[in-house]
Design a protein around this ligand. Sequence first.
Ligand SMILES: [Fe+2]
Length: 346
Amino acid sequence: MLYPHHHLSLEDRVIHKNDYQPCAEAFVDTRLRNRDGKLNYCIIGPGVAENDSQFIHIAEPHGFNVGGVSLPTGKFNSLHSHLTAEVFIVVRGVWRFFWGHDGKDGEQILKPGDIISIPTGCFRAFESIGSDDNFMFSLLGEDDPGAITWENEVIEGAANFGFYLTKDARLIDTRKGDLLPANDELIRPLSKSELLNFHRVSEQEMAARIYNVNENHGYIDIFADEQRNGGMKRYHPIIGETMSELYSVRSHILNPHSFSLAAIKSPPNNGFLKHTIDAKQVMIVGSGKWLIEIEHNNEFLMQELMPEDTVSIPENAVRSITNIGMEDGILYSAISGNEAANIIWM
Ligand SMILES: [Fe+2]
């Protein structure tokens, strides 16, 4: 499902953490036991939200979606599968991920700074096991990531609370007066053999798909601007082909996601000097305080960014970003496409 969008000013492209608009009933499982209180956010693109009332901050297609989720402690997000890549960036809280069609193929505990890429076509779930002050960004592959496949218990259990899901992923709420569509328009539980067709992922395989900038060195001396004042950084290519300038670096996770993900860690007064990239880029502040400057079609934006703020940068816009805090800062960058983007220095 793609949503209509209008022209965005550069200012419209900055979404601050405090402005994120949650939806408490984005998915069919939210009325089930121990699953209430899940807040879903659509920051860029509609993602896989099933509820028409979900607010979408930036509807313009980027080639991938950026959303977010928080959960009260002890609550969990039900087992489900996606058709495209799903990546989580943990920024607050402690989370237990578990997977497999019965949720028993393995588990991983994630803390702030951890990034996980979950293979497509595999049932996954997570629960919040730290404090209630928690949040993860979620990145989904493609403009239209398709519909979620929920584990049978969700589809069967949700009906007791008036929630039904149609085959085209529309949430029907009979408690709010929605009419129940014909039986053949509704999602049916999966057969045993259909369940067994979903990917099984071992614990080692999943562990290899986790990365944390604070636990890795990254690379230095690979960008031209590192020779100049203000360009000092450690570069962490995390997922996919990131930038064409880099011949000698390889990302931690290699399979195509429809976007790439990298991070930089810079000391105060450093970051990326002025450059363009020939693909859409989304920056997410992991830590520290940053100043971004963007020039595009005679528009100019200068904006301070704080942790968990998001900014969408049009392709070929001139951009620079500087750590203006007192400590090292971490900045994540997602770039549209499976091929390396071209970077041109000003
Ligand atoms: Fe998901």
